[in-house]
Design a protein around this ligand. Sequence first.
Ligand SMILES: Nc1ncnc2c1ncn2[C@@H]1O[C@H](COP(=O)(O)OP(=O)(O)OP(=O)(O)O)[C@@H](O)[C@H]1O
Length: 264
Amino acid sequence: MVKVYTIASGKGGTGKTTVTANLGSMLAQYGKRTCILDADVGMANLGLILGLENLPVTLHEVLAGKARVRDAIYDGPFGVKVVPCGLSLQGFQQSNPDRLKDIMTDLVSEFDILLLDAPAGISRDGVIPLTIADGVILVVNPEISSIVDSLKTKILTETVGGHVEGAIINRVAGSGDEFNNAQMEKLLGVRVIGIIPEDPNIRRASASRQPIVVKYPASGASRAFKRISADVAGIEYVEEELPGPREGFIDRLARTLFRAKREA
Ligand SMILES: Nc1ncnc2c1ncn2[C@@H]1O[C@H](COP(=O)(O)OP(=O)(O)OP(=O)(O)O)[C@@H](O)[C@H]1O
């Protein structure tokens, strides 16, 4: 049975696109037939961070009724399928967000999991993705304005008949180990699915048009994404052994000198 998740937030820039790209890639890596769709039709950038640009057919054409969704599906990392959105203002103006539900119906037989990257805010194109998902996943930053906006999005989701599955807390300072999950769950009134640390490798990976889980798999945020993806996929997560620090020139020289002294 397919599961449709909408990745949402109250205010913009909390990390929805980053979460969609990385969670989608890891779910595919864990063997789930996964498709990620850029439902942020006005400010699309899922395609941008995955190196999928200048495409002949995107969600814009599909929402305008000019193409079928099958023709807008492209290959992403680890076998995840991607339906990106175009960048033009004209494409946005011609899009009809009401068609999104029919598009999802066309995809349900082919996938185990569909992830929708929702726009920020409560405009019409923002509300539809909240209503058509089995579960909304809120991406929240650990700061008061983001928490308050997420609460508003939770209330809005429930008001329009949707269901909030849980929250991912993104951009937590340090390793995230010190973070108080229970307190955040109390504030938001939903389960905290996972915590992603602030990680400069996320920007570096985006600049090279790859998700961090592909470009820097041992980085702190990648390990968090793997844990969260296993949770969403319903499989047990086993922490991988990290390679030790590489031996530097000084270490090698010291070892050679000690050996030479011992043998002398
Ligand atoms: N854990 C993190 N550590 C460091 N930088 C991050 C992290 N998560 C996201 N970012 C950076 O924050 C910026 C916003 O992220 P992203 O585009 O995923 O947010 P968004 O919620 O999709 O934004 P919008 O609402 O504008 O669509 C990007 O530059 C991204 O690289």
